[in-house]
Design a protein around this ligand. Structure first.
Ligand code: NAG
Length: 142
């Protein structure tokens, strides 16, 4: 049983590789706050009631992704990766949100300023404890 030491030393490495590759990655890392009604008007579509996805999973773009308004209508996959309060993230939860507003012009103020995106209260509560004001996210445009 000469190969046992080799197995013992490389097992943590193999497990780490397995963890990295089995774990879905969504690209960029940023932050998210949340906001609640009233949502109208929005910087993208004004008072149009048809702008909300039926899932109620939507968001306002922060300066980092606003892209001078080109962000309107873009879809992002978002998941919570950490927060100031441990246990805030709901594990394995990924949402798809539609950008309908500019974070610096939302009708109601975001729970936290300067984040990458501001999620609707429904969106925020789907991936994290809704009592939190902000979280670190992983996100990817689709
Ligand atoms: C959400 O966070 C609050 C405040 O930290 C905590 O009291 C509550 O238990 C949390 N809820 C869940 C479902 O973890």
């Amino acid at each position: 049983m000469n190969h046992l030491p080799w197995l013992q030393s490389s097992l943590p490495c193999l497990l780490l590789l397995l963890l990295i590759f089995s774990h879905p990655s969504y690209g960029d890392v940023g932050t998210a706050a949340q906001y609640s009604p009233p949502f109208l008007p929005t910087a993208c579509y004004g008072y149009d009631p048809g702008q909300f996805p039926s899932s109620n999973l939507f968001a306002a773009a922060g300066d980092g992704i606003w892209d001078n308004g080109a962000a309107c209508g873009r879809q992002y996959l978002v998941r919570c990766i950490s927060a100031a309060e441990p246990g805030t993230c709901i594990p394995e939860q990924v949402i798809q949100v539609r950008i309908i507003d500019y974070a610096l012009q939302t009708a109601s103020p975001p729970s936290y300023d300067g984040t990458t995106m501001v999620l609707s209260d429904t969106a925020f509560g789907t991936i994290a404890n809704f009592t939190a004001t902000s979280m670190n996210i992983e996100f990817q445009q689709i």
